[in-house]
Design a protein around this ligand. Structure first.
Ligand SMILES: *Cc1c(COP(=O)(O)O)cnc(C)c1O
Length: 356
């Protein structure tokens, strides 16, 4: 069976070595030795200002919205994973959808200003498939209207933009280290920010609001990453260059062999150094997509309809339709991509898609 992705498992000896450190320390969570080491290694590897690893990639979004959202309207994209919208609603804010760019598939920055009202507090945009949003324009709009910018950068491990980590953009960026993502800790994630004041605001929120053992600074929840998660992260991190190289091979195969007369592919933003996190293709029609999906399934190949349905259709949302997001969501299919996907299997997949 070929699935859209396969979790990378480091050699078990690597993981055991990390576990032995935990047993020796007799310390399972709360700022442990492995947690601190992973924080430092990720900070160096990614070249980021401040990082707070957390227990998944959804809670950092919620924490940032709790700090910046203020119960107001959040300008956001309908083309993302459900967590982007759900966290807004969970924090008692109102999502205001702005349609996406038809080729970059990120929020259309030229339509943001028309959606701003006196209730708008923040912009929450997704660098979808690791493709950066128009960060300069978004920053200028946010400055002009005194809004905070949060990036759901769940797909962006290792992405660089104009020479630095994409996580260094926005007031806060978040990443997911879920098992299906590029770099993983089983479940896990991180929050990134640019200054110490913001880091403190986010830190206390992720640890029950604690300011030392006997004092509370404000409302918090529990989003701490455990030593067991950090052990997986420390075991996977040394293989990231290998993972990226192999995924690049997969992308090159698709780039070279797929028939792009019948399909469109993602347009990467100029200045982006991408991470090969997904391989989305856009069919001319939904029926075409469904036909190919069925044919692949018959050969035990399972791509995924990321992201479908468009988020403005969620049952707990009232929103105007976003025609471009709707069009793309109905036609986009993410093809299998992972480090161990063989060239033979890639040939089979490409043949099925091309053979119309
Ligand atoms: C995976 C993902 C999340 C959620 O991350 P978890 O680590 O699974 O909580 C949020 N946003 C996007 C765009 C994602 O793909």
């Amino acid at each position: 069976m070929i699935t859209v992705t396969k979790t990378f498992f480091p050699p078990i000896e690597d993981y055991q070595r990390q576990l032995e450190r935990i047993w020796k320390n007799r310390w399972l969570t709360n700022n442990g030795e492995l947690y601190k080491e992973l924080s430092q290694k990720l900070q160096d590897y990614l070249g980021v200002n401040h990082i707070i690893p957390m227990t998944n990639g959804t809670l950092p979004l919620q924490i940032a919205l709790n700090a910046f959202g203020n119960g107001g309207e959040i300008i956001t994209t309908p083309f993302s994973y459900v967590a982007t919208t759900a966290t807004i609603v969970w924090e008692k804010c109102t999502p205001v959808f702005v349609d996406i760019h038809p080729e970059y598939l990120t929020i259309d920055e030229t339509k943001i200003e028309a959606a701003i009202t006196d209730k708008t507090t923040s912009i929450l945009a997704t660098h979808v498939y690791g493709n950066p949003c128009a960060v300069e324009d978004i920053e200028a709009i946010a400055k002009k209207h005194k809004l905070k910018v949060i990036y759901d950068a769940a797909h962006c491990f290792g992405v660089r933009y104009n020479g630095q980590s994409i996580f260094n953009y926005g007031d806060v960026s978040t990443c997911s280290f879920h098992a299906t993502k590029l770099f993983h800790t089983g479940e896990g994630g991180a929050l990134f920010c640019q200054d110490e004041t913001t880091r403190q605001k986010m830190w206390y929120r992720h640890n029950f609001g604690h300011d030392g053992p006997e004092k509370y600074r404000g409302l918090g929840l529990n989003a701490k990453m455990s030593e067991l998660q950090a052990a997986m992260g420390l075991s996977v991190l040394p293989y990231m260059d290998h993972i990226m190289t192999e995924r690049q091979r997969v992308c090159r195969h698709y780039d070279k062999h797929l028939d792009f007369n019948a399909l469109n592919k993602l347009k990467l933003r100029e200045g982006a150094q991408w991470n090969y996190s997904y391989y989305p293709v856009i069919f001319k029609s939904e029926s075409q997509l469904l036909k190919i999906k069925t044919r692949l399934k018959a050969q035990d190949i399972f791509p995924r309809r990321y992201f479908y349905p468009s988020l403005e259709d969620l049952p707990y949302i009232q929103s105007l339709q976003c025609p471009i997001a709707d069009y793309i969501a109905k036609r986009v299919l993410c093809l299998p991509i992972y480090d161990s996907l063989s060239n033979e299997n890639l040939k089979v997949i490409t043949l099925i898609i091309n053979n119309d």
